[in-house]
Ligand binder design. Structure first.
Ligand SMILES: Cc1cc2nc3c(=O)[nH]c(=O)nc-3n(C[C@H](O)[C@H](O)[C@H](O)COP(=O)(O)OP(=O)(O)OC[C@H]3O[C@@H](n4cnc5c(N)ncnc54)[C@H](O)[C@@H]3O)c2cc1C
Length: 265
């Protein structure tokens, strides 16, 4: 079980879409906000939320009436045709003073609920969020190794922005193409390498895995955080643990999604 730090006061928060920006063909930033966000406990790092949003054809968002994790249980008892879509997204940034929270959606075609939301969210659209906390929990003084595909790039950018300025290490970030590369304020000791040039038929994460194979792993003490498509995560785990002798306890692995399989909701 992945170690996680979650706010003890988290609850289901209502919000609405404030704006949407198409940063590149494959990246859309959606900003949500509203008075409920006064109760959002912004933790930085890879903090993520479950985002509830309307199904197509529905005038209003139909939400579970229970709060907290109970909402997820209740969701499963709701009619599959009318329950809201729920997808997981990292908090790219949270501005407490403005009660605004950004997510970055990796748009993969226009067919999936998450991609459609990223492409079509409009100001005023109702959403709800449930805070799920952070998993990036490095021991003090450890060097870092971060590996991500497009879906986990927002988490890594947030990790790097909230990292101590003396952090050292390597970040391997795979995106679909050069236009998806973002400006990033990383500690100067972290070597941030963007990897792009994926063909249309290549599964996201494979280029990052290849880059990891060719990378000199930072020496101990090391903490590695790896997230993205399941094949990337499994391959990286095998490589680091079996071939590079990195202790399992020094690595957080997160399969954010699996090729050919939809998230459940
Ligand atoms: C903790 C956590 C944090 C996450 N943070 C982010 C984030 O900040 N930004 C983000 O974009 N995603 C993030 N994800 C991943 C996102 O939740 C999944 O990609 C989710 O499946 C997207 O839902 P969907 O409706 O677009 O596709 P689904 O309906 O779940 O899947 C439809 C099809 O698309 C494929 N698919 C799913 N995701 C991708 C993808 N990224 N690229 C290519 N094909 C895909 C599936 O294999 C399936 O075949 C996060 C996941 C987790 C668990």
């Amino acid at each position: 079980m992945t170690k996680r730090q979650v706010s003890p006061t988290r609850r289901l928060l209502r919000a609405e879409v404030l704006r949407r920006e198409q940063r590149s063909e494959h990246v859309a930033t959606v900003t949500v906000g509203g008075p409920d966000l006064a109760d959002f406990d912004g933790m930085g790092a890879d903090q993520w939320v479950r985002l509830f949003f309307r199904r197509e054809g529905q005038a209003r968002l139909r939400m579970p009436t229970w709060s907290g994790t109970g909402a997820l249980l209740q969701l499963l008892t709701m009619d599959t045709q009318t329950r809201p879509w729920v997808r997981s997204y990292s908090v790219r940034s949270f501005r407490a003073a403005d009660l605004e929270l950004d997510i970055e959606v990796a748009v993969h075609g226009g067919q999936s609920p998450g991609s459609r939301f990223g492409l079509n969210a409009r100001p005023g659209d109702e959403v709800a969020i449930l805070d799920e906390g952070i998993t990036y929990l490095p021991p003090a003084g450890a060097r870092t190794l971060l590996v991500a595909d497009d879906s986990a790039v927002p988490a890594v950018l947030s990790i790097l922005e909230s990292a101590p300025p003396d952090l050292e290490g390597v970040a391997l970030l795979e995106v679909a193409d050069a236009a998806d590369v973002r400006e990033i304020q990383a500690p100067p000791g972290v070597d941030v390498r963007w990897i792009h040039g994926r063909t249309a038929h290549e599964t996201p994460g494979r280029l990052a895995l290849r880059a990891l194979t060719d990378t000199d792993i930072p020496p101990p003490p090391l903490y590695a955080w790896i997230a993205g498509e399941s094949g990337l995560v499994k391959g990286a785990r095998r490589l680091l643990v079996r071939e590079r002798d990195v202790p399992k306890t020094a690595i957080t692995f997160l399969g954010y999604w699996k090729e050919g399989r939809s998230a459940v909701s």
